[in-house]
Design a protein. Structure first.
Length: 450
């Protein structure tokens, strides 16, 4: 008697699990760097870069000493970059893209010309929206974005040329078009899956990236200067994070094979979608909704702390045992992106009358490290990361949850592009780590003897 389809996959899943489980002791025996991490949780050094630098601790005689986090784009501190454009009352994402791509800050003429170049490339190719976005709407905008990037190969007259000149052209076009691809993917999802009206605004070349995003995703295309400035800051903070983060490493790994730009960037999008990477801001907001529903008095630190204990013990929220947005693979005492974003989050909370929820965020940020140390009996230093406040800011801007991670991609395409170009210039060899087979030899059995 044949099993149901569901039964078949369940049956085969158990076989797969049984025949693919490797004991933890084997990883220890062969000193495997799981997750490309050393035993002290530092990253395995696999390359060199001049694009971005993440500094979160110092090593002293083999001991990891926590320090305040630093993030530098092309050697320039992120605090100085942000202070630079905010003090001059202008937006910073286009300048940041230029810095990451070309390795130096632009003068006014260079910045104006580069911004105009991006503006001229924002419109998608003829019939692209109809054929590649609207005809196959996706419930997840990240999957739609990846498909749109891969489809761009078919609209490129010279897609496989990996020269620096051609790769740069492709990267600039993708940086310019990501907001349009994301916005149209979102509008298609709203229309075909959520049964809402369809709004497809044309991108406006004179607008910045942040302005175009709000123009494209909102039915009435309206926005305030304050909203644009906050979204622009988010883009700047998410634009780059060194070569070791998962999606950037994916870009370099895939591009090292000599494949085309679109394949490498699509792989990065697939990586960023994951809840352990770019999808973490959604997890934070889902957790916060759970906390708000189960903690009666948000100002009672004892009650908040008790619920955080339940989360860590896998007795609350999604059962993962994680306080999302707290802790980072690299940062220890602080994440500079979270520090900068927290300032804006406070301003936004006051403007929108959402101070009570903001105070709950700050309470959790303050209590979580203590609760973590107590429950986990660990001396690991943890602090809020950028995902902890980014979701709050997006929500305050009225941006739908399904756009949180795509907005991350709109920003990070700048960093991916810079690393892709650097890999083409300096890589030379396909990235190919080793895996040791520990199965051993097994004789083949004839069918009649099985």
């Amino acid at each position: 008697m044949l099993m149901t389809c569901e039964g078949i996959y369940s049956y085969y899943s158990e076989i797969i699990k049984r025949n693919n489980h490797i004991q933890n002791e084997m990883f220890e025996k062969y000193n495997v760097k799981r997750g490309l991490r050393n035993a002290d949780d530092t990253g395995v050094l696999v390359g060199l870069t001049e694009v971005g630098d993440v500094h979160a601790y110092i090593m002293d005689e083999g001991e990891k000493i926590p320090v305040e986090g630093k993030l530098r784009y092309r050697g320039i501190d992120i605090y100085d970059i942000v202070e630079g454009f905010i003090s001059e009352n202008r937006l910073g994402f286009e300048e940041t893209c230029y810095l990451l791509l070309f390795g130096e800050l632009p003068n006014k003429q260079q910045l104006d010309e580069f911004s105009q170049l991006l503006g001229s490339k924002r419109t998608l190719p003829d019939y692209f929206a109809e054929d590649m976005i609207l005809k196959a709407p996706s419930k997840d905008i990240m999957n739609k974005l990846a498909r749109a990037v891969l489809a761009s190969y078919s609209y490129d007259e010279n897609p496989d040329d990996t020269s620096i000149e051609n790769t740069l052209r492709q990267c600039i076009e993708l940086i310019a078009r990501f907001p349009t691809m994301v916005a149209y993917g979102y509008q298609a999802k709203r229309h075909y899956h959520d049964r809402q009206s369809l709004f497809l605004h044309s991108p406006r070349p004179e607008l910045s990236t942040a302005e175009n995003i709000l123009h494209l995703i909102r039915p009435d295309s309206t926005y305030t200067r304050s909203e644009v400035e906050i979204l622009d800051l988010l883009l700047v903070l998410h634009a780059e994070h060194g070569g070791g983060n998962n999606s950037t490493f994916a870009t370099r790994v895939v591009s090292s094979s000599g494949t085309d730009t679109y394949s490498a960037i699509a792989a990065a999008i697939g990586s960023l979608k994951g809840p352990k990477h770019g999808g973490a801001n959604i997890k934070v907001m889902q957790m916060m909704e759970n906390i708000k529903a189960n903690v009666k008095n948000w100002s009672d630190e004892g009650e908040v702390s008790d619920y955080l204990v339940k989360i860590l013990k896998k007795e609350a929220n999604d059962g993962s045992g994680l306080i999302y947005g707290i802790g980072h693979a690299v940062y220890t005492l602080s994440d500079p992106r979270a520090v900068l974003l927290k300032r804006k989050a406070e301003e936004l909370a006051k403007e929108t009358g959402n101070e009570e929820e903001y105070n709950l965020f700050t309470t959790i940020e303050r209590l979580a490290p203590e609760v973590f140390a107590k429950v986990k009996k660990s001396d690991k230093v943890v602090s809020a990361n950028v995902d902890f406040y980014s979701g709050f800011v997006y929500k305050s801007l009225g941006i739908p949850v399904e756009l949180y991670t795509p907005l991350f991609a709109i920003a990070r395409i700048a960093g991916w592009s810079a690393h892709l170009l650097e890999e083409h210039i300096n890589g030379g060899r396909i990235i190919r780590p080793a895996y040791k087979n520990v199965k051993g030899k097994i004789p083949y059995k004839p069918l009649k003897d099985r």
